[in-house]
Design a protein around this ligand. Structure first.
Ligand code: ATP
Ligand code: MG
Length: 442
């Protein structure tokens, strides 16, 4: 891809309407464009990042045995009347009437719809557990949409739902998601901590929020810093192993302000271990038993008895994660962004110095591009006639983690190569490709 042909509308300066760095950067490098309050179009750069995040989320759901489906964005009000939430949900729900004057709505979440799907087909306890997820747009008419795609009205979410016969089985399902979330955020190069949370309007009794630390986050958090060192890598998908994992985390005090109690915090956490800061909620899991299955009559036959299934729901803010990663990785003082290679819009920027009447650097760039492509490395060539330092500044903002510069200092087979934030190296193209490939496979 040539930069001159790409749709990456860069702004000269930070947009003044944006208050936090992720919002500034996303507008500055043309990842998104606002279409109306809290509603955005995703332009190529932003969309590429979001799609990569989505794919990682998907793979980690699949890995713990969750099945992917796709439910619609528009739902009928009938099922929400059954659960009793049609009135409770209030003004955050966007209500629509169709031409027959039927009450419809744009789904803010899908507990009702999935329960309806489940109850229409699953009749025997032998089909349990059922673990299902989808990745779909949601609409919540937030009172104060702000911070760009961090708190917007239309957003992209992975939501999963579990159905089990007993509380114990349901806990096993819950713990599978707990592990899959830790794995997902690790692959996004984020350290997300699980925190005991309130269950809010979704209701129920067991819940964790997954929070990444960031000064601009909306959640206040109080935790024991040793929680960052909990190692889950050897956890198996077995009851005992998953319970041990939960215990390893729950040993440490870790709550958001809703559950915060000063006395408890000071009693349980030594002063030198106390962390009191802010964070961004990127995921939220709930166990709520028969809260929906009972009013909606979703049951299975067990030993001739009707049992309401025990349910949980599990969300990840896929679009919010794009902003959250920027909050975690962007150095706004030096204006340097570095995407984790797992989600970067491109793997490598090829930055040639372009002289008038001399196309040799561009030809070199084309050859390098083809070579990298043959190694499965996705590069973009900056074929514009800006000077080298302007180009580097631009790519520092865009955040592609590797830059290959073809300029005055290029000697024979050796190219200037830089991992953003590190020293420049002089390497042969084969070595460059293998460094990038190695980073991609980690
Ligand atoms: P919040 O407390 O931030 O409003 P929530 O508890 O309402 O979140 P859930 O219903 O658990 O959120 O939704 C699952 C995930 O979807 C959240 O963890 C968050 O990452 C994301 N999310 C929720 N609301 C928004 C929004 N308005 N804009 C972008 N992402 C959102
Ligand atoms: Mg909310």
């Amino acid at each position: 891809m040539y930069f001159s042909k790409s749709f990456i509308p860069i702004l000269k300066n930070n947009p003044t309407e944006a208050k936090i760095k992720s919002h500034q950067l996303m507008l500055r490098v043309g990842m998104i464009k606002q279409s109306s309050a809290g509603i955005y179009s995703w332009l190529p750069l932003g969309f590429k990042v979001m799609k990569k995040i989505e794919q990682i989320v998907r793979e980690e759901q699949d890995r713990v045995g969750v099945q992917e489906i796709l439910m619609p964005t528009i739902q009928s009000s009938e099922i929400w009347k059954e659960s009793g939430r049609y009135d409770d949900y209030g003004e955050e729900m966007l209500r629509i009437k169709d031409r027959q004057n039927r009450e419809m709505l744009y789904g803010p979440t899908n507990e009702e719809l999935i329960t309806e799907i489940f109850r229409s087909s699953i009749k025997s306890y032998k089909s349990l557990p059922q673990l299902l997820y989808h990745i779909q747009w949601k609409f919540r008419d937030e009172l104060r949409p702000r911070f760009g795609i961090m708190r917007c009205r239309e957003f992209y979410m992975k939501d999963a739902y579990s159905f089990d016969l007993t509380d114990e089985d349901a806990l096993f399902s819950y713990n599978k998601f707990f592990l899959s979330y830790l794995r997902t955020f690790k692959r996004l190069n984020l350290s997300a901590i699980p925190m005991a949370a309130d269950t809010g309007p979704i209701g129920g009794n067991l819940s964790h929020e997954f929070i990444i630390l960031a000064e601009t986050g909306e959640s206040k958090i109080y935790t024991d810093k040793r929680i960052f060192d909990v190692d889950y890598s050897s956890t198996l998908i077995q009851n005992s192993s998953l319970e041990k994992l939960r215990n390893d985390y729950e040993k440490f005090y870790s709550v958001t302000d809703e559950k915060f109690n000063k006395e408890e915090f000071e009693n349980k956490v030594l002063a030198e271990h106390r962390v009191n800061t802010k964070g961004i909620e990127v995921g939220h899991i709930f166990y709520f038993g028969d809260k929906y299955s009972r009013p909606m009559n979703a049951s299975v036959d067990f030993d001739g008895k009707k049992e309401f299934v025990k349910m949980g729901s599990y969300g990840i803010g896929v679009s919010r994660l794009v902003g959250a990663i920027i909050e975690a990785k962007y150095n706004d003082k030096d204006e340097i962004m570095k995407w984790p290679i797992s989600v970067s819009p491109y793997d490598c920027a090829i930055i040639p110095m372009i002289n008038k009447n001399d196309s040799s650097n561009l030809e070199k760039s084309n050859k390098i591009f083809e070579y990298l492509k043959s190694k499965n490395i996705d590069a973009i060539i900056d074929d514009t006639d800006e000077n080298i330092s302007a180009k580097i500044k631009k790519f520092n903002l865009i955040g592609i983690p590797y830059q290959l510069i073809i300029g005055k200092k290029t000697e024979g087979d050796f190219f200037e190569f830089k991992e953003v934030g590190s020293e420049t190296q002089k390497l042969k193209i084969e070595e460059i490709a293998s460094q990038i490939s190695k980073a991609k496979s980690n």
